[in-house]
Design a protein around this ligand. Sequence first.
Ligand code: 4AD
Ligand code: MG
Length: 465
Amino acid sequence: METMKRTKIRELLASKEIGKEVNVKGWVRTKRGNKNVAFIALNDGSTIHSIQIVIDVAGFNPDDLKLVTTGACINVNGILVESQGSGQAVEIQATTLEVYGTADADTYPLQKKGHTLEFLREIAHLRPRTNTFGAVLRVRHNMAYAIHKYYNDRGFVYLHTPIITGSDAEGAGAMFKVTALDLDNLPRTEEGAINYKEDFFGKSTNLTVSGQLEGELGAMALSEIYTFGPTFRAENSNTPRHLAEFWMIEPEMAFYDIKDNMDLAEDFIKYLVKYALENCKDDLEFLNKMYDNELIERLTFVTNNAFKRLTYTEAVEILLASGQKFEFPVAWGIDLQSEHERYLVEKVFNCPVILTDYPKEIKAFYMKQNEDGKTVRAMDVLFPKIGEIIGGSQREENYDKLLARIQELHIPEKDMWWYLDTRRFGAAPHSGFGLGFERLILFVTGMANIRDVIPFPRTPQNAEF
Ligand code: 4AD
Ligand code: MG
């Protein structure tokens, strides 16, 4: 078949060049027709929309046409013509057709439409070919791009923090071990413990739960940095909002107090949601229609309304006074559960909420201690349908106070000397937060399960693909 430069379907559907000879390649979504003419809906992932290929059967090899089934990959030359049918402006009148790869109708799992999301999780290697996952993955890409654009436009430096870490001090969750030791023949110390001195790094190492601690080192030199990378938590939380491997964006800023931190978090999320509304219109309209009729309305609302800000203590008082029965009873000092967070967001305020000044016992050692001796300058951003989407704080920059907290919590000081050094040399007030990327994508797409917004989810008992 004659080689012609391929045009993406997204571009063809917007093209006004009627009569032009074009080449298109993609995967067959459906084929219908009669003995004279066949209509193929072809999709190449560049847009949610498929383009219609019209085949005058007489001009083609019947054996080739038989191979054009749902899921097959084809290469088509043809003429861009005005569409006869409704629903699209243009279609392609095929002149030549080549089948790149067949997809046997009896065994191709996506032969029929309308599979459940649960079933699609079992075929995560093929689900990107569905409209739903095409839409989610394009939105995900656009959000990643918008995150880099947001920080780049504001002079933040993208800092690559390590994925393998020698410290496990963050306390954000259970960690996955990284080792090159032979697990069937572990070297032992005289006391019988595993001898990590003989391991690859000469010490015990893990996959990181957060880039924050290293991010702070960057902020103490570059003023404003952000990280954007994978993080790992080995908790056995089988919920629609937890992954064992998830992506996090962690900005860290010198000279920001907690108020500046909240302002940045609010502006950042609003920017991302607005970016999605402006740049992912077709995909959001599809998701709005198929999964969540209030999606676009909710996204628009978030971009136009101020987030409600209040303290943890005020929130607890509201929850206690609500008369609402919760599965986990409310009392000052508890770690708020998703049901409490969502009650505040969805029933009390009807908008995103930022809670601050949490009890120090339920937050990390590095958060700035308040005058009251009981609370720390933490902030969590809570979203409708999601609960916590961002966690952050102003950091404790006072060496003595930070060290006292490290000792109180029995965090090994030998692991923390480099972190403490930033409080010894040129310490600055600073703040930062972490946005869970998949939680953001949940919110923006309206999907209900976090396994459906990452291409290959890692959850307990699941690392097949
Ligand atoms: O609240 P977290 O644990 O905060 C930190 O890790 C800080 N070091 C961030 C910082 O201040 N730089 O996690 C931050 C966010 C959460 O708000 C949530 O959106 C997301 O990360 N997250 C998860 N997302 C998916 N699966 C999990 N298991 C998650 N755990 C946290
Ligand atoms: Mg948190």
